[in-house]
Design a protein around this ligand. Structure first.
Ligand code: FPP
Length: 289
């Protein structure tokens, strides 16, 4: 009896994944987003709603993330970014921060296993954020994961930890200033006489030594990924909460009402359909003008 039950579940699973593949095939006639970013909101609310043990929502949330990654990579999305832990989250109780860090540590080990989604789909993992703020075990595990997947080239997963956009922008501006300062100091020592910021009347060669947009962008934590096409934030929230502010100027925000652990194929499909609709509309407008 048990074996028949297992077989039925297996056949059902195969049918569902066949159906999903057919749907992806039809959808891929339209534009495929290159980069989807997720704000995984509502894990604690899910724990409360389902009267689960503390921390269970985040564990189920991780499984939901694995399903989303599978849909993204099956559909051909090359870049996925997740907001896993913001700098603001350090203000939570020490017990909660510790339990989230323990989960992170456990799940980093899990994603490095041979049969994990990361290895099955050839995904390079990047941890983006102010990693110095992490405890040593988590930082080392993150570095190990980046090294172990550095040669994977089919897709990229950016995990934002100890991240906020304002911190990212500040870091990038500081790095660019330091880089320019070193450049100018080097030139001055050779007798050229430039300043980093000089007021009025620039000569062309002086302009070459001002900080440009590309200088700042190359120092962003998210420099390895293009700007996102879609940001999906669960639990009906439409705020960005200091996530990818620099990169989201032209991005579409989708906020389904489900809590993060409840997100599934239906929400993914809806996000893609909405994105494609907006894409077609903008394309039509561009052709008309
Ligand atoms: C390795 C890896 C990528 C692990 C990620 C695991 C995971 C699901 C982390 C979510 C972290 C987080 C603070 C989510 C926000 O929900 P919340 O806690 O703020 O819940 P609420 O919105 O209901 O308060």
């Amino acid at each position: 009896m048990e074996r028949i039950r297992e077989r039925v579940i297996q056949i059902y699973g195969n049918l569902v994944s066949l159906l999903q593949k057919c749907i992806f095939c039809i959808l891929s006639v339209g534009p495929i987003p290159n980069h989807i970013a997720f704000i995984m909101d509502g894990n604690r609310r899910f724990t409360k709603k389902c009267k689960l043990m503390e921390g269970a929502g985040h564990k189920i949330g991780f499984s939901a993330l694995m399903s989303m990654l599978k849909y993204c990579y099956e559909f051909g999305v090359r870049y996925v970014t997740v907001y896993a832990f913001s700098i603001e989250n350090f203000k939570r109780s020490p017990e909660e921060v510790q339990s989230l860090m323990d989960l992170m540590l456990e799940k980093i080990e899990e994603i490095l296993k041979e049969q994990s989604i990361v290895n099955r789909y050839g995904v390079r993992v990047i941890f983006s954020g102010n990693l110095k703020l992490l405890s040593e075990p988590v930082r080392l595990a993150a570095e190990r994961a980046m090294l172990a997947t550095a040669k994977n080239s089919k897709a990229v997963l950016s995990i934002c930890v100890a991240y906020t956009s304002t911190n990212e922008i500040m870091h990038a501006v500081q790095e660019s200033c330091e880089e320019k300062w070193d450049e100018i100091t080097l030139l001055n020592s050779s007798g050229a006489g430039y300043g980093l910021i000089s007021l009025g009347g620039y000569e062309q060669d002086e302009m070459d030594h001002l900080i440009k947009l590309t200088d700042i962008e190359k120092h962003m934590y998210m420099a390895a990924a293009p700007d996102p096409d879609i940001i999906i934030r669960t639990s009906g929230e439409t705020r960005l909460s200091n996530f990818l502010l620099w990169q989201s100027a032209n991005c579409y925000l989708y906020s389904p009402s489900v809590l993060w652990p409840e997100i599934g194929f239906r929400q993914f499909l809806w996000a893609i359909l909405n994105f494609q609709q907006i894409h077609f509309y903008l394309d039509k407008q561009r052709k008309q003008s």
